[in-house]
Design a protein around this ligand. Structure first.
Ligand SMILES: Nc1nc2c(ncn2[C@@H]2O[C@H](COP(=O)(O)OP(=O)(O)OP(=O)(O)O)[C@@H](O)[C@H]2O)c(=O)[nH]1
Ligand SMILES: [Mg+2]
Length: 338
């Protein structure tokens, strides 16, 4: 399935039905008074989260969402039928913005979350409402109101607790595959991953978290080099970044490059809690692995966890460390709600 994380969609809610002008004509009451009913309201355009979706692909095929109009009122005080709402399903994490103003109309995260994106027009009022003692046969009814219409932009920002970042070929996808049931493509060349992947790590029966594998970044990504930095949007909801560095190719400089590119996208990401995984330590002689991690720790001034995603070395401590960080962050968030 193609991963599409941006789409432009035209939404048009239904117009309300017109109010009716009608009079009762019954056998024994030839001038029975006004009896035009109200028009029905139009259909809203609603977006709703469907947990089973992970792409905005559907909107590429159907970029116009037009809900039905309400029916006009009728004689004998009958109301017009309301137009059916049109409900479009979106993946969790979809942000809906007004295309022109950029205003955020909805941020749809939780399964089942929904928002009216184009408001339907109200139905008009029939002449049965307009009779007064002095105006007993009003020939007045109001028209239905138009439904809202506009272009909206959809942006998917994946919902994951932690995000893997690093240069191409560092082993991010290998790590995701080692920790979760996700099966991303893995290959010995850069830019294997062309779109983010998500997997869930099970720490215990009650505890699990999700990790996103973001396509590799290179020097100048913020200038459009490589795959650029647009995928970094998918880190915006993560609470923890995991830098994946290849121990065999200057990890300190890789770290600096990745930080520069992330900072160019959004400086706030540099403040985010982070862990550093020094990958591919199986390529080093066993006696040098810890030393390599300590040396990098000393040069970065941050804790470094040595791992081999391919051979499953050091993964238990990493899983535990991620879980610990996330639960600390959760506690802090709980203490000072923002
Ligand atoms: N020896 C060794 N090789 C590894 C390890 N982890 C990954 N690799 C290899 O490194 C290459 C790149 O791995 P990927 O997981 O595709 O790297 P990536 O970071 O996802 O790369 P992009 O998707 O291009 O950004 C593959 O050939 C992997 O088999 C490791 O721990 N040890
Ligand atoms: Mg990859």
């Amino acid at each position: 399935m193609r991963f599409i994380d941006e789409a432009r969609v035209f939404v048009h809610a239904g117009k309300g039905g017109n109010g009716a002008i009608a009079f009762l004509r019954e056998k024994y009451r030839p001038f029975g008074g006004p009896a035009g009913g109200d028009g029905g309201r139009g259909g809203n355009v609603i977006f709703e989260v469907d947990e089973g979706l992970s792409t905005l692909l559907d909107f590429k095929y159907q970029p116009r969402l037009v809900a039905r109009d309400g029916e006009p009122g009728r004689g004998k005080q009958q109301y017009g039928r309301a137009g059916d709402d049109l409900t479009a399903r979106v993946p969790p994490g979809t942000v809906v913005l007004d295309d022109q103003s950029g205003e955020v109309l909805a941020d749809l995260v939780m399964p089942g979350a929904r928002a009216v994106i184009a408001q339907a027009g109200e139905g008009g009022r029939g002449n049965m409402h307009f009779a007064t003692p002095t105006r007993r046969s009003p020939r007045i009814a109001t028209p239905g109101m138009p439904g809202e219409q506009r272009w909206v932009r959809l942006e998917l920002r994946l919902v994951a607790e932690a995000g893997l970042v690093g240069l191409p070929n560092a082993g991010k996808s290998t790590l995701l595959a080692a920790l979760t049931a996700a099966r991303p493509k893995i290959a010995p060349y850069p830019f294997t991953t062309l779109a983010p992947n998500i997997g869930r790590v099970f720490v215990s029966e009650e505890e699990s978290y999700t990790i996103a594998d973001i396509p590799g970044l290179i020097e100048g990504a913020h200038l459009g080099h490589g795959l650029g930095i647009r995928f970094l949007r998918h880190l915006s909801r993560t609470r923890l970044l995991i830098y994946v560095l290849d121990s065999a190719s200057n990890p300190a400089s890789a770290y600096a490059t990745v930080r520069r590119e992330i900072g160019a996208f959004d400086p706030a990401l540099l403040e985010r809690s982070a862990l550093i995984a020094l990958n591919k330590i199986d390529l080093l002689p066993p006696g040098e692995r810890q030393a390599a991690a300590r040396a990098l720790e000393a040069s970065l001034g941050r804790r470094v966890l040595p791992i081999s995603a391919a051979q499953g070395l050091g993964l238990e401590p990493l899983i535990a460390e991620i879980a610990l960080k996330l639960s600390e962050l959760e506690r802090v968030a709980g203490e000072c709600p923002s």
